[in-house]
Structure formats: C-alpha cells, structure tokens
Design a protein around this ligand. Structure first.
Ligand SMILES: Cc1cc2nc3c(=O)[nH]c(=O)nc-3n(C[C@H](O)[C@H](O)[C@H](O)COP(=O)(O)OP(=O)(O)OC[C@H]3O[C@@H](n4cnc5c(N)ncnc54)[C@H](O)[C@@H]3O)c2cc1C
Length: 509
C-alpha cells in the first residue's frame, strides 16, 4: 500500500493503490526485460490497456483527468519498472501539456486521445548536437511552403527514438537576430514516424535507462502539414517553457518509486547477511544509511506532490519544480551509492538493483536540464521574489554597542545633504558592515535628498579619493564605499574601534 497525501482526491488515492499493485504484479516481467535487454513492448501495451497513459489527460479526450498529481502518481509507480517508467514519462511529455495549453480544438481532438490511449508512444525533441543546456540555440529549421512546413536538421539524445510514433519538436522559423533576442525564433511541431526524409541516425549506448532506445534523428526536407504546428509561429519558446514545469515534475516523480523497493531490499538483505557474527543491519553505519534513504524517500515524495498540487491549482511552480527535479535526481544517485555501500560487493553486481539506482540517478542529473541549470533557475527566479528581498538595515545600537537589524531611521536622517555628511554616512557604514559596499538607495535612505544630488556628491568624493565606487557596464554608480582616507576624514580612529568587555586594556595599542 502506498502512502497517500491528505489533499489527494479519492480517485487519486484509488489509482495510486491500483498502479502500485499493477507494478507489484509485473515486477518480475520487467526484470526479465532487463536481463534480455529488450524493449518491453508487451509491458508497455499492458500499461496502455490499463489507461495509465491518460492519467493527466482530460476525460473528454479519453483520459482519467487526475491532473499533474495523477501523472506523478503513475510516474512514481511505473518508475519502479525502470524502462517502462521512462517510456511512460517521455510519452506524455511529448505534447500533453503543450497541446492542452496551445493547440486548437481540432488538434486536441486529433492528438490527445492518442496520448491517453498509449496506442502511440511519443518522444520529446529539444536537444541537438549544438543545443544542449542552451536550448534556444536550435539549428533545426522549419520553412513554410504553401500549406506545409519543410523541416531540416537533427535532434539528439532523444528518449524513445525509433520506438516512438509521435515526435514533438522545436524548430527555428526565424533568423532575424532581433527576433532571436526576444525568443521569437522558434515554433513547435509534431512530426510522425514514416514521413519521407525523417530517419533514425544513431542509438546511443548509455550508462543507464536500460532497454530504452536513446538516439539521434535526422530531418531531410521532411514535409508536414500546417495542422501539425502546435501554437503560433514564433511561440515555440513559450510552448517549451510552459511544458517544462510539468516535465521536471514528472521527471522527478519517476525517480522516487524505486526508493521504496531499495529500502525493502536493504532491510531484507542486511537481516540475512552475517559478518563478525552479527547481521549487517546491526552495524550502525548500515542502519544510518537505510535511515538516510528512508528520509530522502519521504522528503522527495512530500515535496514532489506539494509541487504537483501547485500545478493542479493553476500556479507555475518554476522554482519548486526545479528543486524537485534537482533533489530527487541527486538523491537517487546518492541512494544508489549508499545502497551499494551497505551491500558491499553484492551491491555492485547487476544481480541486485542498487547499481541501477546509481546509473539512473546520474542520468537524472543531466536529463531535462542539468542540476546546474536547475540551480540557475532556482537562483534567478528566487532573486526576484519579494520574500527574499526585504531591505535589511543593520544599524549601530549604542545600548548594546553592536550592529543590529533594525527598523529605526538612521541617525543621519534629515542632516543637510553635503559632502561632509554624505561621507559620514558612508564611513559609518564601515563601522556597521566593514566588508560591504552601500547601494545609492541605501545612502539615500540613511540621509534623504534627491538621487541626482547624491550622485553628484559621489562623483566629487570619488575624485578626492574619499570613496570608491563600483559601476555597471553603462558606467552608472551601483555601489559605494569609503576609502581609508575617507574613513580618517569622516571620524576619529576611536569611532571605529570595538573590543569585547573581557579584552585586556594592556593588550590594546
Ligand atoms: C539519457 C538521456 C536522455 C535524454 N532524453 C532527451 C529527450 O528525450 N529529449 C531531449 O530533447 N533531450 C534529451 N536529453 C538531453 C538532455 O536534456 C541534455 O543532455 C541536457 O539538457 C544537457 O545538455 P548537454 O548534454 O548538451 O550538456 P551541456 O549543455 O553541454 O552542458 C555541459 C555541462 O555544462 C554545464 N552548463 C551548461 N550551461 C551552463 C550554464 N549556463 N551555467 C552553468 N553550467 C552550465 C552543464 O550543467 C553541464 O554540467 C537526454 C539526455 C540523456 C543523457
């Protein structure tokens, strides 16, 4: 039985138990495909027959309409079947969210039932030989010719290459640098297998994603009708971005199902392995390792489903989806390493699934945006959030003789705005934050006055070597700090001195 969350609907709880049972029943078969190194077609068909590909597809298009949460529930469980989980994930990522948001009604009627039924597998095609993390740098072109588009180019690292029927691609439709600058150069299309000129170029031998073909595809004058264009011409970047939160979330959910099986394996294994006349679960290091994996499993699930709820509530959890993707994949790699360590040499053999976790986790850290790219998103978007942008005012508190974060006004507020007083404000900041610069706004808040008057005084003080400035590319002053000469001129030496009570006077100089 899988632990559900209190905010899940009854239908979501039911599907969770159903798909978990399905996985338990088919685990043995999935293992056979692993050993036979064959694409698990019959198992994929079974998943399709159960209707799981339609977990997040609206009912009117033949789906189960269980939202992003439903998609994650199915991905989490199918992830325990390794190859099957990846095929499921990429298949719904190849168009579902993009079509729901950007396609017209006819296109929805045409494609969504196929996604829901799983009768055709899908592949998502962003990456190219020269466009990896820099996904906007796509070279593949689409040129309009009458009612058709002609596609030329290549895509690589495509999961499900060859076995998929539906390829959701992004191609360049405009070369104008000014349009490119505004990300208006891309358009998204669906290309079906079998179109003349559309061929499979190469299959990558990979560290993991066992039995899932991953490779290069080639487009040579491939003609598709305009009906295969999803979203407006030049809106491909928006289509790609809109699908990414869902993609990262589903991609993170598929990683965590296997944690449960590894925990069960480790309990089983360490209760049966004896060294130094003790079962190995009695070595604290091994128990710590299992506890660590359980903690990661619970945290990963909680955060992923929290994030899915945000998506289902109509929000765009950009930061959260990136955190889920980054943490779950990193944790999967770490879980693999910990499990191997607990099992010793056995863990390194393919006879146990611990080594698979490590290999899959490492791929996870690269696929669908590397951990570095997730960090970039987490940092950049968070830096704009008001919650992290409260102006912190460190003010000197004479009562305790220390700098304290305070809401009080600066002691310089209201003084006449002239060079002497402005230098005092900046020099005083050395006493409070010795290693930090002040922004012009910090200075203005402390003393008042107009921005232009303050800027003029900065220029003058800089010329006299009383302050140093840090400027942006346009030459605008963005930070200021007093020079040592400026500090001497503003206040006597004693003003900056500070010693703890216990410090002996005889040691001062
Ligand atoms: C198994 C597998 C399956 C995949 N499936 C698909 C698929 O189905 N469809 C698809 O379109 N793509 C797929 N990919 C491609 C995947 O999304 C890319 O590999 C990934 O986005 C990274 O691109 P890259 O490999 O070109 O690395 P690069 O972009 O060349 O990055 C190399 C290194 O530089 C770092 N780096 C790059 N830019 C920055 C930056 N601005 N700041 C900091 N660090 C940076 C990266 O983090 C990385 O460590 C798959 C990849 C793999 C391995």
């Amino acid at each position: 039985m899988i632990e559900s969350f209190f905010w899940w609907t009854q239908e979501q709880k039911l599907i969770s138990n159903k798909v978990s049972q399905f996985v338990d029943d088919n685990f043995e078969e999935a293992e056979k495909y692993f050993w036979n190194t064959k694409f698990p077609w019959p198992l994929v068909r079974k998943v399709a027959d159960e209707g799981y590909f339609g977990a997040a597809v609206p009912k009117k298009y033949g789906g189960l309409e269980l939202g992003a949460t439903g998609g994650c529930i199915v991905a989490e469980q199918l992830g325990r079947l390794y190859a099957v989980g990846h095929v499921f994930t990429v298949s719904i990522l190849a168009g579902l969210e993009q079509i729901l948001r950007f396609a017209n009604d006819d296109q929805k009627e045409q494609w969504l039932p196929k996604i829901a039924s799983g009768e055709e597998l899908g592949a998502l095609c962003i990456t190219e030989p020269f466009a990896g993390s820099d996904a906007a740098n796509i070279f593949t072109t689409a040129e309009k010719d009458g009612d058709e588009w002609v596609i030329n180019g290549k895509k690589r690292f495509i999961t499900g290459a060859g076995v998929s029927d539906r390829y959701f691609i992004y191609a360049k439709t405009n070369d104008d640098p000014s349009i490119r600058k505004q990300y208006g150069h891309l358009t998204s299309f669906i290309v079906e297998k079998g179109r003349p000129g559309f061929t499979l170029e190469k299959i990558n031998p990979l560290i993991g994603f066992d039995n899932v073909p991953n490779g290069y595809i080639d487009f040579e004058n491939v003609r598709i009708p305009d009906e295969n264009r999803i979203g407006a011409v030049g809106k491909g970047w928006n289509v790609m971005m809109a699908g990414l939160n869902f993609e990262r979330l589903i991609g993170s959910a598929v990683m965590i199902g296997g944690f449960k099986d590894i925990i069960a394996l480790l309990f089983h294994y360490t209760r049966r392995r004896v060294q130094f006349r003790r079962t190995t679960n009695r070595f604290q290091g091994n128990a710590d390792g299992i506890a660590d994996i359980i903690s990661k499993y619970k945290m990963a699930r909680l955060f992923s489903y929290h994030c899915a709820k945000l998506l289902d509530d109509g929000m765009e959890p950009m930061v959260d989806a990136s955190i889920a993707k980054k943490m779950n994949t990193e944790w999967m790699r770490e879980v693999g390493i910990t499990a191997i360590q607990i099992m010793g040499g056995d863990g390194l053999t393919k006879f146990y699934p611990a080594e698979r976790m490590l290999r899959e986790g490492k791929i996870g850290e690269i696929v669908a945006g590397t951990s570095e790219i997730q960090n970039l998103i987490i940092y950049r978007f968070s830096a704009m959030l008001p919650i992290y942008n409260a102006a912190l005012r460190f003010r000197w508190n004479d009562e305790v003789n220390a700098p304290i974060i305070s809401k009080k006004e600066s002691k310089f507020k209201g003084l006449e705005l002239n060079e002497e007083n402005l230098l005092k404000v900046i020099a005083h900041d050395y006493k409070v934050n010795p290693g930090l610069y002040m922004t012009p706004d910090d200075v203005r808040e402390d003393i008042g006055g107009s921005r232009s008057a303050i800027r003029n005084i900065f220029e003058s003080l800089e010329k006299q070597n009383l302050i140093v400035t840090h400027r942006d590319r346009q030459g605008k002053i963005v930070l200021v700090k007093a020079t040592y000469v400026g500090l001497q001129k503003a206040f006597p030496k004693e003003y900056y001195q500070w010693f703890p009570e216990w410090y002996d006077d005889s040691d001062k100089f």
